[in-house]
Design a protein around this ligand. Structure first.
Ligand code: FAD
Length: 383
């Protein structure tokens, strides 16, 4: 088996953007909590990195989700800034969801401009509540909705022009509206976080915001709508991390190769070799699992609302990525802890996805429930 045999070959224009313009500002953005600047997101659109799985009829690339995930994995491998594939994949994924609605007005207003790098839409779901107790509201008033909302953590919120926002209507149903940032009553505040500091994480507040009813994306079953979005997102979001953990492990080996201790490089020591071996096993296994999940996304062979194997892929990859991040820190000694070397930054970023895109603890409970019910069903069926 050859190392990296499955890494997607990015076009030169994308590589040039990542290496020469995204990577150089990474440490600075992390230090100051500055979001990936809009001009870099526009350039990402220019080189096709936002077009993802969108069809050619809206100037997309027409890739299936498998190929799109592989591209994001390659972006993660080459890109020092974990926030870049995260934000790019989110804006692209939201555009895909709006496209899937088939609403021509929404597609013209939000999807085509996103692919041109002119208008980006974020995803605003989480508030201080569970799915059944969502407190943000949208009350119909003529041809508008009056919206009051508090969403506490929105990726790309600082640079987004609009928000795919989930709200409870007067019937008690959850609906989804696309809400422009420029409307009176919308305010966005930066949220300081441990990692992913260039992801433009923000809280979102809406006070008596009048939103045209034409911005309705899901008029009922908003919970089903968000489940379908997150089901795919869980796999896609891991792809950048999959590439980055490979990059981190390679950088670690190169560093250890050059570190001479007691007359030999650290890579010649068996305890170091064993540690690298364990991290490598986790990384390669995670790649197999994520690629299998991507293939299912690509062929459409998955349960749209909640697919156990897609959730497992996210869960497994994040645990292995954290191991690689921590392992690199242990192996590189004091150099791993020095901010300028960027090794500790990856661990802080990976840790964000203990909560992000479906909390690991909750996935364990969901997957345990799923497995128990499978066994019970087979038992009742007499198998
Ligand atoms: C980097 C990052 C990016 C994010 N981006 C976005 C975004 O773009 N848009 C958005 O809307 N949200 C976003 N989030 C928020 C994220 O989706 C939530 O943090 C996540 O869904 C968990 O919700 P919560 O924080 O309210 O946790 P809580 O519901 O408060 O849960 C906290 C903990 O309690 C336990 N727990 C809760 N419920 C259960 C249960 N049913 N079973 C077992 N244990 C349970 C778990 O240990 C869980 O981790 C982001 C978060 C991070 C960290």
């Amino acid at each position: 088996m050859q190392r990296q045999r499955t890494l997607y070959q990015l076009p030169d224009s994308a590589l040039e953007l990542i290496r020469n313009r995204v990577n150089p500002g990474c440490a600075e953005r992390d230090a100051h909590g500055a979001p990936i600047p809009l001009h870099l997101l526009r350039e990402a659109a220019d080189v096709g990195l936002l077009a993802g799985g969108l069809p050619k009829s809206v100037s997309g690339q027409g890739y299936d989700l498998c190929r799109w995930g592989m591209i994001l994995e390659a972006v993660g491998y080459h890109c020092d800034d974990n926030a870049f594939p995260l934000v790019v994949s989110l804006f692209s994924g939201v555009a895909q969801t709006i496209y899937d609605s088939g609403d021509a007005r929404l597609i013209d207003r939000y999807v085509r401009p996103a692919l041109r790098g002119e208008r980006f839409t974020s995803f605003a779901w989480t508030e201080n509540a569970d799915a059944f107790s969502l407190a943000s509201t949208a009350v119909r008033d003529g041809d508008s909705y009056i919206v009051n909302a508090d969403k506490f953590l929105v990726t790309g919120g600082l640079v987004a022009d609009a928000f795919m926002t989930y709200l409870r209507d007067e019937r008690g149903d959850v609906i989804a509206l696309i809400i422009d940032r420029g409307l009176p009553g919308v305010s966005v505040e930066p949220v300081s976080t441990m990692g992913m500091r260039a992801a433009g994480l923000a809280s979102l507040r809406m006070v008596d915001v009048r939103v045209p009813a034409t911005r309705l994306l899901a008029g009922n079953d908003g919970v089903g709508h968000v489940q379908r979005f997150l089901n795919r997102r869980r796999v896609i979001v891991t792809c950048g991390f999959l590439g980055r953990m490979r990059g981190v492990l390679e950088e670690t080996v190169r560093h250890l190769d050059g570190a001479i201790r007691y007359g030999q490089p650290l890579t010649a020591m068996q305890s170091v070799q064993g540690a690298i071996g364990r991290l490598c096993i986790g990384m390669e296994t995670a790649q197999v699992i994520v690629h299998q999940a991507l293939q299912r996304l690509g062929t459409g062979d998955y349960i749209p609302e909640w697919d156990a194997h897609l959730s497992m892929a996210k869960y497994y990859l994040i645990e292995r990525a954290i191991e690689v991040g921590e392992g690199a820190l242990r192996l590189c000694g004091g150099r791993g802890y020095v901010t300028a070397n960027g090794i500790e930054r990856n661990l802080r970023d990976f840790l964000g996805f203990i909560a992000g895109a479906g909390a690991q603890d909750i996935l364990e409970v969901d997957l345990g429930n799923w497995y128990i019910s499978q066994v019970q069903r087979e038992q009742w069926a007499g198998r």
